[in-house]
Design a protein around this ligand. Structure first.
Ligand SMILES: Nc1ncnc2c1ncn2[C@@H]1O[C@H](COP(=O)(O)OP(=O)(O)OP(=O)(O)O)[C@@H](O)[C@H]1O
Ligand SMILES: [Mg+2]
Length: 263
């Protein structure tokens, strides 16, 4: 009888002790409160990853597209240093060098980076739609926040503005959440991939090559609605619009003005 009494007392003391100390034992903490190396990385990522936004930059040769794009990317990296940067340089005319990233002069698409904060320039030997597709899909599947800069977007079309590498279509459609920003530059809007205009959050236009492109850009910039018949820009000047947000385009006189405002 006495033995049973002490056993019950001992069990009660054990129960109370367990109730008091359980919250302080790491293995009993709720899963979401536990810090592991993985949750630390995820938490840091949540803080520094910006939603992926795409940019479409148009203008005839020498207007300053590459310069503007490089300055925008430079500012983005200063804000978010862990971004991976991929320049796809199909023109290979010296705009991109080893100062812009590790150079790959290959036929096959280089593998996407598995760690953060890297930069590469891919100068493909020739225009191979499958290799382009693999390149973009690999970047998307790796899932790390990145910038993908397609310096001449018309080289992504294969006989029609809707015939582009499948990987590029998917990257443009799905790159937002992993924080992948696609920059597309082009001299000719009429021959560049349709998705690059339609999925662009930012559209930028310097002076363009021909009247057809001029009409397309006036429409995209919503300047035709205001009776404008010409883009009417000086060298290095450009219009900028966020088609989903703005009523009409704004005129900028230098890349500094825009970069400081939108990035
Ligand atoms: N805002 C600017 N102020 C001064 N120089 C500039 C400016 N923008 C561009 N440049 C210079 O003008 C030249 C042409 O610029 P950039 O290469 O950016 O043109 P682009 O539009 O990309 O031409 P392309 O279509 O031939 O590639 C470069 O030497 C660049 O350094
Ligand atoms: Mg250029």
């Amino acid at each position: 009888m006495i033995g049973r009494y002490y056993m019950l007392r001992a069990l009660k003391v054990l129960k109370v002790t367990a109730e008091i100390f359980t919250p302080y034992l790491p293995m009993y903490k709720p899963l979401q409160e536990m810090e592991t190396p993985h949750t630390q990385v995820a938490r840091r990522k949540r803080i520094s990853v910006q939603e992926g936004k795409h940019y479409f930059v148009v203008g005839k040769t020498g207007m300053g597209k590459t310069k503007l794009i490089k300055e925008m990317i430079g500012k983005k990296v200063s804000v978010q240093p862990n971004l991976n940067i991929y320049h796809l340089d199909t023109k290979k005319r010296g705009d991109f060098t080893s100062a812009d990233g590790i150079m790959f002069q290959t036929e096959k698409a280089p593998a996407a980076f598995k760690t953060m904060g890297n930069r590469m320039v891919w100068q493909p030997f020739d225009d191979n739609k499958n290799e382009y597709s693999k390149f973009f899909l690999d970047i998307l599947n790796t899932g790390l926040p990145s910038v993908v800069n397609v310096d001449e977007a018309i080289n992504m079309t294969f006989g029609g503005i809707d015939n582009i590498p499948r990987g590029l279509k998917i990257l443009l459609a799905q790159g937002r959440l992993p924080g992948i920003h696609v920059f597309g530059g082009t001299q000719e809007v009429a021959r560049s991939p349709r998705q690059m205009h339609s999925q662009a959050y930012h559209v930028i236009s310097f002076n363009v090559i021909n009247d057809y492109d001029e009409r397309m850009m006036l429409k995209m910039l919503r300047l035709n609605e205001r009776g404008m018949k010409k883009l009417g820009l000086k060298q290095y000047e450009f219009w900028h619009i966020r088609p989903d947000v703005d009523d009409k385009a704004q005129l900028y006189h230098s890349w500094e003005e825009l970069v400081n405002k939108i990035i």
